[in-house]
Design a protein around this ligand. Structure first.
Ligand code: URA
Length: 197
């Protein structure tokens, strides 16, 4: 099997995943996508509302921020592999709205099974953890983004890792100037990632 075929087979298996209870309420598994031989793998937290409906990672508002940051960093989205630490949307219902709930350590650990297989097939030169949940999944422990971001670290399984902020965190910054700064900091981390990968 070629790399793309093996990833497609893995995605088909993941569509039936029941490794943790999150499959019960989510619409579908949102598996990773992108270049099977990508030097750079980006790992987010979990699909959001739109990703859950559409079945693709980072296609909602956070995906818009990520796309703009990748472009500003000189990285083509088609050249990277984009996935999430957790493959099902976790939420709580408030009337008609589905509000994002962060995954817990057990859900992150259960889903690491899929991430390990994606890492083994893509074999990226560098993995970028977008936010604390992805960093937790890849390092096996909780870290503070501000203390770890922007430098290359060693993670388990021979993985070189760079931690940065999650695009959603940028959307939550209320002040426009501070938001622009946070965006620039994400771009700066992605430039480091591009150069290292
Ligand atoms: N946030 C994530 O972490 N992943 C997505 O796919 C979308 C939003």
């Amino acid at each position: 099997m070629t790399g793309p075929e093996a990833l497609a087979a893995l995605a088909r298996d993941a569509a039936n995943c029941i490794r943790c209870p999150l499959y019960r309420d989510a619409t579908q598994t949102v598996f990773g996508e992108g270049a099977a031989d990508a030097p750079l793998m980006l790992v987010g937290e979990q699909p959001g509302d739109q990703e859950d409906r559409k079945g693709h990672p980072f296609v909602g508002p956070a995906g818009g921020v990520l796309d703009r940051a990748l472009e500003a960093a000189g990285i083509a989205r088609g050249a990277v592999y984009v996935t999430n630490a957790v493959k099902h949307f976790k939420f709580e219902r408030r009337g008609k709205r589905r509000l994002h709930k962060g995954p817990n350590a057990g859900e992150i650990a259960a889903c690491r099974w899929w991430l390990d297989r994606e890492l083994a097939l893509v074999r990226p030169s560098l993995v970028v953890a977008l936010g604390a949940s992805a960093a937790h999944a890849l390092l096996g422990r909780a870290v503070t983004i501000s203390r770890t971001r922007g430098r290359v670290m060693e993670a388990s399984g021979d993985v070189r890792l760079l931690v940065t902020t999650h695009p959603s965190a940028i959307l939550r910054v209320p002040d426009a100037e501070a938001r622009a700064k946070a965006f620039d900091a994400l771009v700066a981390d992605l430039v480091v990632a591009r150069e290292v990968a």
